[in-house]
Each structure stands twice: as structure tokens, then as C-alpha cells.
Design a protein around this ligand. Structure first.
Ligand SMILES: O=C(CO)COP(=O)(O)O
Ligand SMILES: O=C[C@H](O)COP(=O)(O)O
Ligand SMILES: [Zn+2]
Ligand SMILES: [Zn+2]
Length: 316
């Protein structure tokens, strides 16, 4: 089976009240860890590549590695550009065989975001590629100090409807209180579920996307810190909130930080406990295994996409 788009995956996920995991990939071990998990769980997969990942690994390496993953696993896999910031990078990825691209025009005024997104949609759709866009600014609820500031930062439901209608985009990333990285909340974690409910009810059957959705599991933060790391106070989105979001129209949940934490915790521990070892396979192996276990946990206990590979390809 070749790479697939996320169309069928999202349809099934929406109906089933679960979400597909979109995992960031940067090298072979990360891809292998994620794909082993997908195989074990028989789950559909979105492998996403950021501009930073393309720069780090070179586009051709990542593309060939993902193609190898498709051949090796037989799973439905989407190759997605994460946070494309220009028409040019989106076009390059479409031309390169990606099956999905994100155009992130969220930093632009509404009309400019619409115009840029529409340009990408027109090009991508003409090549059979699907497009994700973003509306609203990712920030924690406590960062948006007043209600009016929160309204200004988070996705406006009426604007979301207009944006989707005018761009013809296939999915939309929304801002409801999540943010990127390992420091998402200073106080209690909170998401604006009322807003999600409203957006979701005004855009029926339309797949929403949650960025910044790592949970920053404390056991991994502790392992990092115990073995020489310094990431005190790291905090993420509680997993029950992600499960709830998946039942409310969120079909794609982006996870990068948790993979970084799992891999780094395991490598730090390994090297601290085996100071005489210097063969990279000795520590990258456990790093890859830590990614696999993290992704299995997400699929089974958070996203609900375990066992869903067959239905997401059934009518392709
Ligand atoms: O949104 C993401 C990638 O686009 C990743 O979010 P995290 O930093 O929460 O893992
Ligand atoms: O949202 C960003 C992802 O976590 C990718 O991060 P990156 O740009 O450092 O590759
Ligand atoms: Zn993101
Ligand atoms: Zn967990």
C-alpha cells in the first residue's frame, strides 16, 4: 500500500470518537519506534515532518525512511508537513510526495491567513493532497490574562466557520489553551472546552486538530532530572482532557515533546548507568524502545486508535 491521505482516517475517527496520533519524526530511530508501536497496535499513523526536521535530516532521508516504514509495516501512513509557514514549503512537500501539508498562517491577520491557506489548498487539492490550517494563537489560559485577551488569542467559533468555508481546508488546528513544548501551564492545567464544544457544533463532521498536546509524563521528567537533566516544573495536558477532546471532534492530536522526553530520559539513564559504553546502538536502541512504549501508551490509553488500521483503509 502507498502512503495515504488522512481523509478516510479522519472520517472514521470522527464517527468513532477517537483521534489519530500525529507524531513528529526527525531520524531513523524515532520513525522505527513509532512504526513498531503502530504495528503492534494495528493503528493508523500520521508521521509529521517540521521545517526543522527537514533541515536536520535532509528531506530526501526522511521521505525514504517513511517510505520504508510503509513497506515494512503495511499500515495506512500519512506523510504530513507540520507547520509549513509559506506557500513555497507546502508546494515543495506536495511535489515531493507528501500526502498532507499544514499551512500555518495563524500569525497573520484573518484575511491574510485565508488568502495564504486558500492558495495552498488550491495547489494541494489539484495534486490530491489534503491541507490542515491553523486559526488562533497557541497559549495557556493563564498567559491570556483577561477574558478579552483570551478571546483575542483563542479560536473564534464564527471565524472558524467562515475560514473553513472560504478556504476549503480539510482540517483546522484550533487554540483552546494548549501550547508547544514542555512548559504548558504554570498553575492548574485548563482547556477551554466550552469553546471546543461551540466550534465543533458549528462545524459538524469537520475534523479539528490539537497541537501542543503532549502530556509531559512526570515519571520521564523525573528520570531526566535524576540523570543530569534540568527541566524542573515541566507540565503538560492531562490525558483525560485529550480523551475528552477526541470525543468532541478532535481527530488529530500532535505529539512531539513526549517522544523527546521518553527518548532523552532513556538515553540519559543508559549512559549514566553504563559509563564505559560508547557504541551509539547501545543507547539509541533503548531510546527507540522508549519511543515505542510511549506511542503504544498513547494509542491504547489516550487516543483510542488501537486496532483502527483496517477501518481507516477499508474504503480507500
Ligand atoms: O504540536 C506539536 C507539533 O506540531 C507538538 O506539540 P507538543 O510540544 O505538545 O508535543
Ligand atoms: O510544533 C513543533 C514541533 O514540536 C516540531 O518542532 P521543531 O520545529 O523543533 O522540529
Ligand atoms: Zn504544532
Ligand atoms: Zn500516560
Amino acid at each position: 500500500m502507498p502512503l495515504v491521505t488522512s481523509k478516510e482516517m479522519f472520517k472514521k475517527a470522527y464517527k468513532g470518537g477517537y483521534a489519530i496520533g500525529a507524531f513528529n519524526v526527525n531520524n531513523m530511530e524515532i520513525i522505527q519506534g513509532i512504526v513498531e508501536a503502530g504495528k503492534e497496535e494495528n493503528a493508523p499513523l500520521i508521521l509529521q515532518v517540521s521545517a526543522g526536521a527537514r533541515k536536520y535530516a535532509q528531506p530526501v532521508y526522511l521521505k525514504k525512511l517513511v517510505e520504508a516504514a510503509v513497506e515494512y509495516s503495511g499500515l495506512p501512513i500519512v506523510l504530513h508537513l507540520d507547520h509549513g509557514d509559506s506557500f513555497e514549503i507546502c508546494k515543495a512537500c506536495v511535489d515531493d510526495g507528501f500526502t498532507s501539508v499544514m499551512i500555518d498562517g495563524s500569525k497573520y491577520p484573518f484575511e491574510e491567513n485565508i488568502a495564504l491557506t486558500k492558495k495552498v489548498v488550491d495547489y494541494a487539492h489539484s495534486k490530491g493532497v489534503v491541507v490542515e490550517a491553523e486559526l488562533g494563537r497557541l497559549s495557556g489560559i493563564e498567559d491570556a490574562v483577561s477574558v478579552s485577551e483570551r478571546d483575542a488569542a483563542f479560536t473564534d467559533p464564527d471565524e472558524a466557520v467562515e475560514f473553513v468555508e472560504r478556504t476549503g481546508v480539510d482540517s483546522l488546528a484550533i487554540a483552546i489553551g494548549t501550547s508547544h513544548g514542555a512548559y504548558k501551564f504554570k498553575g492548574e492545567p485548563r482547556l477551554d472546552f466550552e469553546r471546543l464544544e461551540k466550534i465543533s457544533s458549528m462545524l459538524p463532521n469537520f475534523p479539528l486538530v490539537l497541537h501542543g498536546a503532549s502530556s509531559v509524563p512526570q515519571e520521564f521528567v523525573e528520570i531526566c532530572n535524576k540523570y543530569g537533566g534540568q527541566i524542573p516544573g515541566a507540565k503538560g495536558v492531562p490525558e483525560d482532557m485529550l480523551r475528552k477532546a477526541a470525543e468532541m471532534g478532535v481527530c488529530k492530536i500532535n505529539i512531539d515533546t513526549d517522544l523527546r522526553l521518553a527518548m532523552t530520559a532513556s538515553i540519559r539513564k543508559y549512559l549514566a548507568e553504563n559509563p564505559s559504553h560508547f557504541d551509539p546502538r547501545q543507547y539509541l536502541g533503548p531510546g527507540r524502545e522508549a519511543i515505542k512504549q510511549m506511542v503504544i501508551h498513547k494509542m491504547r490509553d489516550v487516543l483510542g486508535c488501537s486496532g483502527k488500521a483496517p477501518e481507516s483503509i477499508s474504503s480507500l
